[in-house]
Design a binder for this molecule. Sequence first.
Ligand code: PPS
Length: 285
Amino acid sequence: MEVTNKYIQYEDVRVPGGVHTVESLNYAWKEFETRDDDVFNITYPKSGTTWLQEILSLIYSNGDPTPVKTTFSWDRVPWIEQHGGRQHLENKPSPRLITTHLPFHLFPQSFFKTTAKAIYTIRNPKDVCVSLYYFSKYAQFMECREDFQDFVSLFLSKDIIFGRWFEHVKGWLTMKNNPNFLILSYEDMLKDLKGNVIKICKFLGKELNDAAIDSVVENASFQVMKDNPMSNYSAVPKEFFDKEKGKFHRKGIAGDHKNHFTPAQEEEFERIYKDCMKDINISFA
Ligand code: PPS
């Protein structure tokens, strides 16, 4: 796979090239055959993707940490749209756990003819913006902006990866009344991880005993994941992640935007948020 910070345009979104190809995106959208017991972990980037990869892996091992300690997260819960998605998923035994950042309108079309389940995790967009800013400094396949102010402008433009947060969230929220669709909040998971693990188990029809639930919660904690080489991306070669410029498990908190946005930026962001999300009833702590 080529490492490049040049993006490719696919339909109406831009995505990092190399990691994605037109072929891999076509596969995800048009060719992938969803199975009834597939489970999708869907996010806008930096909204809790890796966290859900860990939680889902642990739920499907009934709390046994062996898989998360021995297999890379991207092999356990692979991205469908990335280069290699087809090879990863075609021969994977069921139930398959699958990750995606795709917007709703580019999601596998076959999903809608099945009883497969999908979980969409939402995070405060201002914290997403901060997290993506730091990510873009060390992920070599990302367009970066040295200045945070410039990055906020990029984040609010259609040039940002996977399209703007607003359209991504609004697209996925059209699924909110579908019984096979669960919406989670990153901030709520920080407040009550156990309650959210129980909610996910119920949604997936997985019955875990108390010890197994406790193991999911413990092994999906920020610190344990940060120290787990199978989930912390420390094994990714330098040409993809320059670890001297940043770490994947950075802070894992809510509200870091307060340390980054100026009052003027905050005001501008809120104005755009209110305008774009006026018909949508979600709020952030
Ligand atoms: S990616 O690149 O889109 O897959 O990134 P993603 O995993 O969605 O988001 C990365 C941010 O999630 C934080 N993170 C966690 N927070 C709380 N608890 C746990 N266990 C956890 N694991 C990852 C990670 O630190 C990134 O957020 P920031 O704000 O940058 O720290």
